[in-house]
Ligand binder design. Structure first.
Ligand code: AMP
Length: 116
């Protein structure tokens, strides 16, 4: 399992920085976003460090699928029966602010589309 020394989400995965965990597996972790943009806002990350979706898809597409399953499980646990959004910001133009791939699971209210 690789970890980047200065990566915030590697530190959360390792338990070095606290987070409100929703689901934990051997290879992934889901925890509440510190600055929620919806009543439910959970981040799903792999424990192994990948900078973004491009790197994850190239190096471990099976893990990408597992992260989607966890996102669906989060939605079920959080009772998002009327809908939810799974979104990932990939790179600068998309506004990615943490360079450890993560999927936002958002729900609990009507979500506008398209995003800004
Ligand atoms: P992005 O801008 O798509 O890279 O998403 C990064 C997300 O990480 C933002 O929604 C932040 O609110 C969230 N975030 C930053 N620091 C923490 C933290 N310590 N615990 C939980 N979420 C965080």
């Amino acid at each position: 399992m690789s970890a980047e020394i200065d990566c915030l989400f590697c530190k959360i995965s390792a338990g070095q920085i606290p987070a409100e965990i929703v689901i934990e597996t051997v290879s992934a972790i889901a925890f509440r976003d510190i600055d929620p943009k919806a009543p439910t806002h959970v981040l799903v990350i792999p424990r192994t460090h990948f900078a973004d979706v491009t790197e994850l898809a190239q190096k471990n597409p099976n893990l990408a699928g597992e992260l989607m399953s966890i996102a669906a499980e989060v939605a079920k646990l959080e009772g998002l029966s009327t809908g939810y959004r799974v979104v990932t910001n990939n790179g600068e133009d998309a506004g990615q602010s943490v360079s450890h791939v993560h999927f936002h699971v958002l729900g609990g209210r009507s979500l506008s589309w398209p995003p800004g």
